[in-house]
Design a protein around this ligand. Structure first.
Ligand code: 5GP
Ligand code: ZN
Length: 112
């Protein structure tokens, strides 16, 4: 499948891995928008948040468990933000579900 993040999971495209297990892969964003910017993705190819359903949603809970664990390990003591962009209006540019984990500075709200 011609999917950038599937290729990253397969190791065909290099990435800076921060975590991996049977169902999840986490790596540093190539264009960080905060001092810490990690992408946490399911190994299963789910195209977007709009494709989450009862057959694949267990991995979403696991992604948030992984995020909480990474926050402790990496020392995100002031907090962090999890963002999943969806579709064109949501600003999604890669068609494989991913959660941005942003930390290390005060993040504006609401987003632009
Ligand atoms: P989106 O815009 O779909 O919410 O997020 C896609 C993210 O993937 C962007 O933050 C972008 O910087 C990141 N990205 C795109 N291509 C690569 C890549 O080849 N390697 C890594 N590590 N991140 C990438
Ligand atoms: Zn994929």
């Amino acid at each position: 499948m011609d999917c950038l993040f599937c290729k990253i999971i397969a190791g065909e495209i290099p990435s800076t891995k921060v975590y991996e297990d049977e169902t999840v892969y986490a790596f540093r964003d190539i264009s960080p928008q905060a001092p810490e910017h990690i992408l946490i993705i399911p190994k299963l190819h789910i195209p977007s948040p709009a494709h989450i359903d009862e057959t694949n949603s267990a991995v979403i809970a696991h992604i948030f468990e992984v995020a909480a664990k990474l926050a402790k390990e990496l020392g995100f003591v002031n907090g962090y933000r999890m963002v999943a962009n969806c579709g064109e209006d949501g600003g999604q540019t890669v068609g494989h579900l991913h959660f941005h984990m942003l930390a290390g500075r005060l993040l504006a709200w609401p987003p632009g």
